[in-house]
Design a protein around this ligand. Sequence first.
Ligand code: ZN
Length: 491
Amino acid sequence: MAAREVTMTRITSCFTSIFLAAFLAACGAGETPSETASTTTPASENDIDLIVNGSHIVTMDEVGTIIENGAIAIDDGVILAIGSGDEITAKYSAAVTLDGERRIVMPGIVNGHSHAAMTLLRGVADDLALMDWLQNYIFPAEVEFVDAEFVRIGTELACWEMIRGGTTTFVDMYYYPDTIAQVVEDCGMRALISATVIDQRSPDAENADDGIRKGSGFIERWQNRNSRITPIFGPHANYTLNAEQLAATRDAAMKYGVPISIHLSESPFEVQNSQNTYGMTSIEHFESIGFFEGPTIAAHVVWPTQEEIPILAERRVGVIHNPTSNMKIASGIAPITEMLEAGVLVGLGTDGAASNNDLDMWEEMRLAAFLQKVDRMDPTAIPATTVLRMATSGGATAIGLGDTIGSLEVGKRADLIQVAFEDVHHVPTYDVVSHLVYVSDEQDVASVIIDGKVVMLERKITSIDTERVAEEATALAARIQAALNERNQAN
Ligand SMILES: [Zn+2]
């Protein structure tokens, strides 16, 4: 199937991109006044920042164009042109060129739901049910150990792991969002960062009101500061906030014009709790209080009813599927096939490293496909192309960035990765998309470009001092381990 798609779409896409490239070049795209002023001989408008070659360019555009022996011209963080390697090389002269031999180029992966700094709590409490895990382990450990320093180191660790695995954008929900934003600004990733709102004492707020107040300050500080960073609100869930607090968080989000990320319909406990409290399931309750009137990124959504799925589609709620976390905490199997059929926007996420226990989006892709197949006893459920879309263009749309990233198209921001197809598990390759979803893993990711900047080159991360982060994480984990040992001895 994919091989036929290649031959059908390659020719038209090349012509279109050449035309657009010529048009953009004629307009002098990417040239800034300061660049012109500082050069004695004016640089040609075809002198650009970066050319990325690939044996295949998997664009993930609307029609699934795949270009063999292709290249992407990038300047000023934007994709200027996409075409055959020969055409792009003949037209443009780049400061940096990445070789494309045995390299598949695809959009950077979008991790739609994470708690990045929880990398530092990886493995401290496994094999527990969601409410036991949250209330008896995670929430107390967070109040005890989580401060701005913890968040800085844990988020750096997560960004390192995500870049290494080809993730270029993530939606985070954790504490000390200013610290998270600073790490993201420095490491070059793209992120929607939620200020957590929860009605209990948390590491950075006393209660929900305090959370909204501090979150508003965070949004004022970071809105329009860096185009890679979108500050948003992250009310925790229907069971950790009451109806007034949920509505107040939505009001604050509307005031600043920002989306909300939230855990929604995650477990049977949550649905039952909502029934008991409101006489309605979570999604019905949210609809009844007008919560979906602004953009919503909803993580998990494992237990939507048949009546609730059309609400999610109509309200354009971005559903983030977290198959590993849902399996590990035994939350259930989300009806992804039904949601996609109903037109719900669906992306993929890892959730935090304490419930996964890694940030490997390749694993999420594979499990998303396999879970639907075995749940429905139907091997045709969620084919490879669909799941790759959920991790790229579909995920970008679900988090509200569909016009900016998620596919390799002229005019979009240049977030892309090169995946090496040289390991034995890629020999032979009949179908590139099949291999990306069912074979590739994090170790295959060779280079990562975010917003036109190379942040990993041939597996060497250039934007994070990984040695320092490893040392700091190890030292902090030793302190956490000592405190846990002390507590266990006291009990
Ligand atoms: Zn979560």
